[in-house]
Design a protein around this ligand. Structure first.
Ligand SMILES: [Zn+2]
Length: 250
C-alpha cells in the first residue's frame, strides 16, 4: 500500500551501509521512515534530505516491521539560504532540532501549514534574531505552553501599570506577587506579547517589533529564549552553534 503525505525533513541518520533513517514532520506529527539506499533512488533523495526541505513523500507500508519505506519524494520547497550562509544553516538546524525533540503528539493541520509558510519566509529573510523570537513564541503556542500575559499567574489580579514577568511561574505577576527573579516589562512589550497569538506572518511581527526600543527588543529576545528552554526543560545542541554565528548579525 502506497500513500502520500506532505512532510518537512527533520533529520537523517545513516544506518547499515547505504540506508537512511529519515525523521519527517507531517500534518499527522513526527514519523521515521527508511530510505533504502540499495535502490537507485539514493542519489535522487540525498540532496532532498536537508533540514526543513519540504517534500511530498510517497511511503509504503513494509511487509514486516513498523517503519515505513520512503519510496519517492517530490520537492515542494528547497530552502536555499542554509546552503549559502552558515548563520542560516545553523538556524535551520535549530528549528529542525526543536521540532524533532519537542513536537506535540497531536498537531493541527493549520499549525503544520503555518510552519511550512514560516520556513519559506525565513529562507528569504535576513533577520535571524527576530525570526527566532517569533518562532519560539509561536512554537510555545503550538505546544500549548505560551506565557500567560493577562492576569497575575499567582493571584489572578490584572496588573495595571507595572508588569513583572516570571519565567518559572509562566507569565505575568502583579506588584504583590512578584519575586526577585522577575523581568520588568514595559506596556509596549506586554502589548506585543499579547498580539503575537493573533499574528501569522513575520511581516506583521516586524511592524510590532519596530515600535519597540532597542533595549526592549533585547530583553524580549532573552526572555523568549529563557522561557522556551525552561518550559521545554531541554538544551538544543544546535543553539550554541547558532549563537556563535550570529555575533555580527542584527
Ligand atoms: Zn498577584
Amino acid at each position: 500500500m502506497l500513500f502520500t503525505l506532505p512532510a518537512l525533513v527533520l533529520d537523517k541518520d545513516k544506518i547499515e551501509e547505504i540506508d537512511y533513517l529519515v525523521t519527517l514532520f507531517t500534518p499527522r506529527g513526527k514519523t521515521r521512515v527508511l530510505a533504502k539506499g540499495a535502490q537507485k533512488s539514493l542519489k535522487r533523495f540525498l540532496n532532498l534530505l536537508e533540514d526543513l526541505t519540504y517534500l511530498r513523500v510517497h511511503l509504503r507500508k513494509p511487509q514486516r516491521g513498523k517503519i515505513f519505506i520512503l519510496e519517492g519524494a517530490d520537492l515542494l520547497y528547497l530552502p536555499e539560504s542554509p546552503r549559502k550562509e552558515p548563520l542560516k544553516f545553523y538556524f535551520f538546524s535549530y528549528l529542525a532540532e526543536v521540532i524533532d525533540f519537542t513536537s506535540p503528539s497531536s498537531l493541527s493541520k493549520e499549525s503544520f501549514y503555518w510552519i511550512t509558510e514560516y520556513v519559506k519566509d525565513i529562507d528569504r529573510r535576513d533577520a535571524v534574531k527576530l525570526d527566532k523570537f517569533f518562532w519560539e513564541m509561536k512554537w510555545l503556542e503550538i505546544c500549548g505552553l505560551s506565557p500567560y500575559i493577562y492576569d497575575c499567574v499567582r493571584c489572578g489580579k490584572r496588573p495595571q501599570r507595572m508588569f513583572y514577568f516570571s519565567i518559572s511561574q509562566g507569565g505575568v505577576l502583579c506588584l504583590n506577587c512578584r519575586d526577585e527573579n522577575v523581568f520588568i516589562l514595559s506596556p509596549s512589550q506586554i502589548d506585543l506579547l499579547r498580539k503575537i497569538g493573533r499574528i501569522k506572518t513575520l511581516k506583521e511581527m516586524e511592524i510590532l517589533w519596530e515600535g519597540l526600543f532597542e533595549e526592549e527588543r533585547g530583553q524580549l529576545l532573552e526572555l523568549s529564549e529563557r522561557f522556551f528552554l525552561h518550559h521545554f526543560d531541554w538544551e538544543p545542541r544546535s543553539l550554541k552553534l547558532l549563537k556563535e554565528h550570529w555575533v555580527n548579525h542584527g
